[in-house]
Design a protein around this ligand. Structure first.
Ligand code: G3I
Length: 375
């Protein structure tokens, strides 16, 4: 009788223990753990997040994401404001955070036409420098940054947004002075500075056939010169309906077929009106904010919340289908309140593009993304 009682009690105890473990397991499911076997799930961190100003947010960043990018801190004007002045305060902090949290660290970005100080292109008399002087400055910039973080930053957006939407080269200052060689040089210097780091080309509107073709041509040109490029980042500054899943999939396949890894970088889905049909992230394209352009100032209607969740589910189904090719999906921010989409293409709007709301609560879109892998 006593033996029977003991068995019953231990049975109850065992059941309780199993269900506690299961509950704990369910509670611990995050974006990071749900997609652990598929690809990194990244986030771009703003200034305050890098300083870990809010401990609740810092824990969320650690638990939900397996990769980090600095949203702004590594751009040339911040990290290298004067010829002999580097400011590594923020980069040191985010790299230390990623290393501590076992997160794959991305160096965004080495060479970009935006946020690069004027002095990079000029001599003491305010005249434009020649290509060899420009390449010397690029080499110094790349060597100093990549040398400092060797073994701690896993991949770099070596060149960012060097193409127009039709696949031709953007007439940036880098291009005007250095021609297409500025891109070859950037990849050459980067490969020398840290042979272990992955090297990427990163751009928006890569769902456009001509632009994607241009990026693939560029990668092939690099390879034909014996230079290394490991992957292409498709920035995901997208909307609820555009681009189509078919367009995105076609580009993923084109990049894969060129023997390159694909990253979905800078993902955010705007829910706001787009009267001028502005796509991508061209910072010079913008329009005036007004009541019509900013309809969800006080909250997002359920129907739009659901449409956003569905869009994220559809996108993640596609990404998961191509998990052999896609190595990382990075959100451009952690929560809606910090998103650059609140200020572009019109300033001062209230957008809802990410998976966490302004108080850091997970949105229905978050559950939808977990739901794709049955979590
Ligand atoms: O540095 C000034 C600071 O001195 C000033 O007090 C403050 C006042 O607003 O502005 C600061 O500069 C802002 C900067 O971010 C740093 O916070 C700029 O106004 C603002 O325009 C800038 O926006 C960033 C934008 O890149 C331009 O660098 C966005 O936060 C960032 O999300 C966005 O990210 C880019 C990717 O790097 C590349 N792909 C497109 C993507 C979206 O534009």
């Amino acid at each position: 009788m006593k033996a029977l009682q003991f068995l019953t009690i231990s049975g109850v105890f065992l059941t309780l223990t199993i269900s506690c473990v299961q509950t704990e397991k369910m509670e611990k499911m995050t974006l990071r753990t749900a997609y652990a076997d598929d690809f990194y799930i990244g986030a771009a961190l703003g200034w305050g997040q890098i300083l870990a100003e809010d401990s609740v947010e810092s824990s969320l960043i650690k638990n939900e994401f397996s990769s980090l990018s600095p949203e702004n801190a590594m751009k040339w004007m911040y990290v290298h404001p004067k010829p002999d002045t580097f400011n590594f305060e923020y980069t040191d902090k985010i790299v230390a955070m990623a290393n501590r949290n076992d997160q794959f660290m991305i160096g965004h970005t080495l060479i970009w036409h935006n946020q690069t100080p004027e002095w990079v292109f000029k001599d003491g008399n305010d005249a434009l420098i020649d290509s060899s002087a420009l390449f010397g400055r690029m080499k110094h910039h790349i060597n100093t940054i990549m040398g400092r973080y060797q073994g701690r930053i896993g991949g770099y957006d070596v060149v960012n947004e060097a193409l127009n939407d039709d696949g031709t080269f953007r007439e940036s200052m880098f291009y005007q002075i250095g021609g297409v060689d500025f891109i070859y040089k950037a990849f050459e210097y980067a490969a020398q500075a840290d042979p272990e780091a992955e090297l990427y080309y990163n751009d928006y509107s890569m769902n456009r056939a001509e632009k994607c073709d241009g990026a693939v041509r560029l990668a092939e040109a690099l390879k034909s010169r014996g230079l290394r490029i490991d992957g292409i980042g498709m920035q995901g500054h997208w909307g609820l309906d555009r681009p189509t899943l078919e367009e995105i999939e076609t580009s993923i396949l084109k990049i894969r077929n060129a023997g390159l890894k694909v990253m979905i970088t800078e993902l955010d889905i705007t829910v706001l009106p787009n009267p001028r049909n502005v796509e991508g992230a061209d910072l010079s394209a913008s329009f005036e904010n007004n009541a019509e352009a900013n309809p969800y100032k006080v909250g997002l209607p359920d129907s739009v919340q659901e449409a956003l969740a569905q869009r994220y589910a559809d996108l993640f189904k596609l990404f998961h289908k191509h998990r052999e090719t896609i190595t990382r999906v990075t959100f451009w921010g952690v929560h809606d309140g910090q998103s650059w989409k609140n200020n572009w293409p019109a300033r001062g709007r209230t957008d809802y593009p990410l998976l966490f709301d302004r108080s850091l609560a997970p949105k229905p879109a978050y559950q939808a993304v977990l739901g794709v892998v049955g979590k």
